[in-house]
Design a protein around this ligand. Structure first.
Ligand code: ADP
Ligand code: MG
Ligand code: MG
Length: 875
């Protein structure tokens, strides 16, 4: 017979996968001899079983639960549901990874109309007994039966008002009896049945509710955001109750062994006298700082501090603890490695190394790579934030804090910023590539449509600009330049603030603070650099982004997207001219005009890189992305090209494609228009030669041909590049070395990688396109239906955010293997959103890639994640 239920003394901290975090630590603490109320844990496997049985708890599991309950009765010398001295328990969820958003705890389970009387007599404290019962009814109805909390809060407030009571604690036993009667009445009315009186029924219902909560929408969202697999399941802890609400020598509290926001060493926490469970966090009464306990109950405080220190020593990490004092006797109810801000994580890790308790390797593993995001963007001043008025919430698409005046077009945003020096927030229905400059000028971006991987989100993350996206509650009229949200209307120039880390939107300007890179941050990064094998490059298209990335530790550019250089107002007319040209001569002339811009951009990039390598990707997007839509632009273009507006319109229409992402783009542009590749080659080579000579760097240009699917296709473009590069070398009397490689972003390229490597000196996996073409759906459209896939448990996460290691990953592995077979020293990297995602970085480490390339602001994250991947493999 399988063991589904463990008494606390049967487990230990290593049994987290089976017992959940809470259960494993309760077991560990029990075995350390700490004062833990007795109890047992129903395993995560029982949860999985519940789902495979079609949401039923099997007979065998039920029997084991009741057997464990019998042991508990024995230990406590009390009977479940007893008329004179009932055993009461709490039912607590606890998954392997701590998951806020799952089920709330149920306390005082086991009370009913009869046992509450016995409980009142036995404790000699009727007020306390009735208070416990009314709390139980309230929690059970809310958590297990999913009745709205407001029914109960309403009743409680009414009775408190009627009795002139300020706090719950002011209500008498008789008042509470009235509360109970009304609670039960509303329960019967809403549920169509009496409140369950059989404690065993109460218990099984509560256990089922915990299992169900594993799949509630909040939990599903949380799992997806934190890479927690759906099949882990949650455990249930059933624990005998201790009471913090028995008078003034009782109480309940929470504490950390170090400050969770700064990391400062020293106890940090709060408690409430005469209170139970949620009272501390519910904010009904103001809790006392934990140090006050030293005055109120000195013995308890001493014992508490002693245990807290022991726990920190034992786990060698900052602990987050929950405790209850019943009539002067202290009980611990929980401990775990405390959640902390990135700043605190770094401080604590460095302190623990200095205290000789952990090694630098462990310190590096202790910090959640993703959390470093918090340190790299401006943040709100905490005091100011408290005063802010929240008016809405949407997706936290790109972190950081932003405050400014709203503008509705990229141009207005840019002008207000550049000419008036305003801090601006760009508010759009959704953004498009033409908005780039406005996005650059903005402190923050707010969009009505779009998900975490929408254009706005991706570009904003790349730029390190705060972005809140997909705020469906907004009603906007872009033409009239007005939107409304949260009962307010905002016109151009009105002030709002955005928190890109929470998705909150505030009315008015909230002061922000610039991020600083503290000394300890650098220390951790240095350690990480010593442990990692993967190199870290960045995706950057401008000298400013490059300088930023280098400052954050980038070792080069893995992806420079040349088309982004063409969007600026003085350049876009020239590329449009090139696109609409009829003849080779016309096109070459337009390209000739673009050459100086492209070359000076590359020079600036090489200078910012100070000798670090740069992979330049040749023109990639479908050409129609550049063509004008605005009538004024069309007119200007017509004039410039000596055509009529009609002709221009016609040409633009001709460029229309049914599936532009799978159309005339990437190296296909160079195959049809070799002169584009030729111009770009000249620009790269001249820039590299000049900067090498002027600055004394030894630059080896890396030229990358996108969207290749066949060796011959690459060869065709490569021949053009080589011919032009050699011409430039001769003209400049230079013997500069350059490299030509390709992107692997079409499934066929991955499969043909062995042949392609005969021509390519390096591969860069373009995982955005590769994912899109492997799944057959696009990043921009997936948002519309992926949610249904999460709900149906078909996919667990967005493959554009987290690399699909099984499918897309297989293509990468094949290509890497085949490529190495042909060319053993081939350099391989990954660019695209995944380059900054820790789980994807671990995959790249395993696949033997040379480097990952990510947005500038993710460079420190990637450095840390790469070190963690290397250390985890060593373990
Ligand atoms: P969460 O995971 O949300 O912290 P817990 O299961 O830890 O939920 O329960 C929340 C609170 O309920 C605890 O901090 C404690 O105050 C109270 N609680 C839980 N179990 C008991 C118990 N057996 N006796 C007394 N209080 C309890
Ligand atoms: Mg807890
Ligand atoms: Mg691509």
């Amino acid at each position: 017979m399988k063991k589904w239920v463990y008494e606390f003394h049967e487990g230990n901290a290593d049994m987290r996968p089976l017992l959940g975090g809470k259960g494993a630590n309760l077991a560990e603490m029990t075995n350390l001899g700490l004062p833990i109320p007795n109890g047992f844990t129903v395993t995560t496997e029982a949860c999985t079983d519940y789902y495979t049985q079609g949401k039923q708890i099997s007979q065998e599991i039920q029997e084991q639960i009741f057997a464990a309950l019998a042991v508990l009765e024995e230990q406590r010398g009390k009977k479940f549901g007893d008329e004179s001295d009932p055993l009461l328990v709490s039912v607590r969820s606890g998954a392997r990874a701590s998951m806020p958003g799952m089920m709330d705890t149920i306390l005082n389970l086991g009370l009913n109309d009869v046992s509450v009387e016995g409980f009142a007599k036995k404790t000699g404290n009727p007020r306390f007994a009735y208070d416990s019962y009314r709390r139980f009814i309230q929690m059970f109805s809310d958590v297990v039966m999913e009745m709205s909390k407001s029914f109960f809060e309403g009743i409680l407030t009414e009775i408190k008002d009627a009795k002139g009571a300020k706090y719950d604690t002011d209500l008498t036993a008789d008042d509470l009896k009235e509360v109970i009667a009304r609670y039960k009445a509303i329960y019967a009315e809403k549920m169509g049945a009496e409140f369950p009186q059989d404690p065993k029924v109460q218990l099984m219902e509560a256990v089922k509710a915990v299992f169900r909560s594993w799949d509630n929408p909040r939990a599903i969202v949380y799992r997806r955001m934190n890479d927690i697999p759906g099949d882990w399941g949650t455990a249930v802890n059933v624990q005998s109750m201790v009471f913090g609400n028995m008078g003034n020598t009782s109480g309940t509290g929470v504490a950390f062994t170090r400050n969770p926001s700064t990391g400062e060493k020293g106890i940090f926490g709060e408690y409430l006298i005469n209170a139970q469970g949620e009272d501390v966090v519910a904010g009904i009464r103001t809790p006392q700082p934990i140090t006050k306990l030293a005055e109120d109950l000195p013995k308890c405080y001493e014992q508490f501090m002693d245990i807290a220190n022991r726990l920190e020593d034992h786990y060698r990490d900052m602990q987050d603890m929950e405790f209850t004092i019943q009539e002067g006797k202290l009980f611990f109810l929980q401990t775990r490695n405390g959640k902390r801000t990135a700043q605190a994580a770094i401080q604590i890790a460095c302190d623990l190394v200095d205290e000789g308790r952990i090694t630098p390797e462990e310190a590096v593993l202790r910090i959640e790579a993703k959390s470093l995001d918090q340190l790299l963007h401006p943040t709100f001043d905490a005091e100011q934030l408290k005063k802010g008025e929240k008016i809405g919430q949407a997706l936290p698409a790109s972190p950081g804090a932003a405050a400014g005046k709203v503008y509705f077009t990229a141009e207005d945003a840019k002008n207000a910023h550049e000419q008036e020096g305003e801090k601006v927030i760009l508010v759009r229905l959704e953004t498009s590539p033409e908005d780039i400059e406005g996005m650059h000028a903005a402190e923050g971006i707010l969009t009505v449509r779009g998900g975490m991987t929408s254009h706005a989100a991706v570009v904003a993350r790349g730029m390190g600009t705060c972005c809140v996206s997909g705020c469906g509650e907004i009603s906007i009229d872009e033409d009239a330049k007005v939107f409304s949200l949260g009962g307010y209307t905002f016109h151009e120039g009105d002030e709002i603030s955005l928190d890109g880390s929470t998705g909150f939107i505030y009315k008015g300007m909230i002061q922000t603070k610039e991020a600083t890179v503290s000394g300890n941050f650098g220390r951790i990064m240095n350690w990480a650099d010593g442990f990692r094998r993967l190199r870290i490059r960045t995706n950057a298209d401008t000298p400013a982004d490059t300088a930023n990335a280098v400052r954050l530790g980038a070792e080069g550019i893995g992806l420079c997207r040349t088309e982004h250089m063409f969007f600026e107002p003085n350049r876009i007319p020239k590329i449009r001219k090139m696109i609409l040209s009829d003849t080779l001569e016309q096109r070459e002339q337009a390209l000739q005009e673009l050459l100086p811009f492209q070359k000076s951009d590359f020079k600036a990039m090489y200078e910012a890189l100070k000798g670090r390598p740069m992979t330049v990707r040749y023109l990639d997007p479908p050409l129609h992305e550049f063509v004008p839509t605005d009538p004024a632009d069309m007119e200007a273009l017509a004039k410039d090209m000596g055509m009529t507006v009609e002709q221009v319109k016609q040409k633009c229409d001709d460029l229309h494609e049914f599936n532009p992402m799978m159309g005339h783009r990437g190296c296909r542009l160079a195959v049809t228009y070799p002169e584009i590749a030729r111009m770009q080659t000249r620009a790269v080579m001249e820039a590299a030669i000049e900067v090498s000579r002027e600055k004394g760097f030894s630059i080896e240009p890396e030229i990358m041909i996108p969207l290749v699917g066949d060796k011959k296709e690459l060869k065709f473009v490569k021949d053009i590049v080589v011919e032009e590069a050699e011409t430039v070398k001769k003209e400049r009397n230079s013997n500069i070395i350059y490299h030509i490689g390709t992107m692997i972003e079409i499934p066929r390229a991955a499969l043909m990688a062995g042949e392609i490597a005969e021509e390519a000196e390096f591969f860069s996996f373009g995982t955005n396109d590769l994912t899109q073409m492997t799944f057959g759906f696009s990043r921009d459209d997936a948002g519309k239906f992926l949610y249904s896939y999460y709900q149906a448990k078909i996919y667990e996460s967005d493959p554009f955010a987290r690399l699909d290691q099984n499918g897309v990953g297989q293509l990468i592995r094949i290509a890497a293997e085949q490529g190495k077979k042909t060319r053993p020293n081939i350099k391989m990297g990954i660019c695209g959103e995944h380059g900054g995602d820790p789980s994807s970085i671990a995959f790249c480490h395993d696949a033997g890639l040379t480097y990952v390339s990510c947005s500038p602001f993710r460079v420190p994250i990637a450095r840390l994640a790469a070190a963690q991947a290397a250390l985890n493999r060593k373990k």
